[in-house]
Write a protein that binds this ligand. Structure first.
Ligand code: NAD
Length: 360
């Protein structure tokens, strides 16, 4: 039976970068006989324009029925003024939570060809290969109660709640250990256990899960120290596992170690490795429609899709190799360009990856 991939290009540069990723996916589909069938729908602002909501029920139903989802990016100034519940980003949060995509995997890999694109010294980042595992459907972004109110003295106040249950921590910790097991066998759990009750439970549960993974070396780090260590000596890390809020911040920090957010893919997985795959960056309205966006993060998201949802390791490796070959050829989109390299647009970069993949 064919496997269904739902493609959601989204807004801004989303359709441009997705066109290139789809070319690569279609070639991999044919070359490795993957049996994928692609269908297309809208999410975010494009869905609001078409359906009046950022995630239509029929789109959610198609996403549930699909074996994996490939997403571009959502959002943009066109939809900034609409009511908060209908904003593009709400569609993204809804699809993640409705599909139970609790494990967000964000690799930060520095391609050696791009060592000079990082703001850190090459010796600090060369060879960097970190995986951040972020809890995605719990914690302070979803916790209740949350409220903004007026106090009796007329002062405004607001609060959020940071809840984590044992089972939520246990399942994300397992993902962290499983990933570490097939990589460098080192897991750093990041929390704020010196202050937060939720972090104290986090640390205790991670310790319990560690008993099932004696082959993985576990360490704990407070989030403030982790933020510092990521820029001081990032290569000390293999896999980091952390909660929703800390992971949001640390994964953006880690992404910039590699020079450009235009290179970084991500995966969001449920308990059965069904996943949604997307670049780490947003819809880049400032460059949308210009044909200059870097499609490599989305193309590398295709590689993650093959690896994590379908265990198609050969095809996944080949796409990563094709990207590396194109960088060897000196081709660069504007965000990763440096003197002496050949500047190309979105479509030319996608075509080059397709050619490189074909040649492998
Ligand atoms: P952004 O990631 O869209 O852009 C930040 C900067 O990086 C911009 O200068 C942009 O031109 C550049 N950039 C991003 N992707 C690039 C690429 N592939 N190639 C070359 N340059 C690239 O972040 P932002 O400007 O803060 O947000 C813009 C919109 O995207 C907002 O509406 C925001 O809500 C949304 N957003 C969506 C997602 C998502 O869909 N997952 C994530 C982050 C932001």
């Amino acid at each position: 039976m064919s496997k269904q991939i739902l493609v959601l290009p989204g807004d801004g540069i989303g359709p441009e970068i997705m066109a290139e990723a789809v070319k690569v996916l279609q070639l991999a589909n044919a070359k490795y006989s993957l049996g994928f069938e692609l269908s297309f729908d809208e999410l975010g602002g494009a869905a609001y324009d078409k359906y009046g909501v950022p995630l239509a029920d029929e789109t959610l139903a198609r996403a549930r029925a699909a074996d994996a989802i490939l997403l571009g990016a959502v959002g943009g100034p066109k939809w900034d003024a609409i009511e908060p519940a209908l904003r593009p980003e709400r569609g993204l949060l809804k699809i993640r939570s409705q599909l139970g995509l609790f494990a967000n995997l964000r690799p930060a890999i520095l391609y050696p060809q791009l060592a000079d694109a990082s703001s850190l010294k090459p010796e600090v980042v060369s060879g960097l290969d970190i995986l951040i595992v972020r809890e995605l459907t719990g914690g302070i972004y979803f916790g209740q109660p949350r409220e903004s109110k007026l106090l009796e003295n007329g002062e405004r106040m607001a609060y959020d709640t940071l809840p984590y249950s044992e089972s939520e921590i246990r399942r994300i910790a397992r993902v962290g250990f499983d990933m570490a097991r097939v990589r460098g066998k080192k897991l750093c759990s990041v929390d704020k256990a010196n202050v937060l009750a939720s972090s104290q439970l986090w640390r205790a549960v991670v310790e319990e899960v560690a008993r099932d993974y004696p082959d993985v070396e576990l360490s704990h780090m407070y989030v403030d120290n982790a933020a510092m260590q990521l820029v001081r000596a990032p290569k000390q890390f293999d896999v980091m596992v952390t909660d929703n809020l800390f992971g949001d911040i640390l994964s953006d920090e880690a992404s910039m170690l590699t020079g450009s957010i235009g290179m970084l893919p991500s995966a969001s997985l449920d308990a059965n490795n069904k996943g949604m795959y997307e670049p780490c960056h947003g819809s880049a309205p400032d460059i949308a429609g210009k044909g200059i966006a870097n499609p490599l993060a989305t193309i590398l998201s295709v590689s993650m899709l093959l690896r994590y949802s379908f265990s198609q390791v050969v095809a996944a490796d080949a796409i990563e190799r094709a990207v590396s070959l194109v960088l060897d050829q000196g081709l660069r989109t504007g965000d990763i360009w440096s003197a002496g390299k050949t500047k190309v647009g979105t479509a030319a970069m996608g075509d080059a990856v397709v050619e490189a993949l074909r040649s492998l």
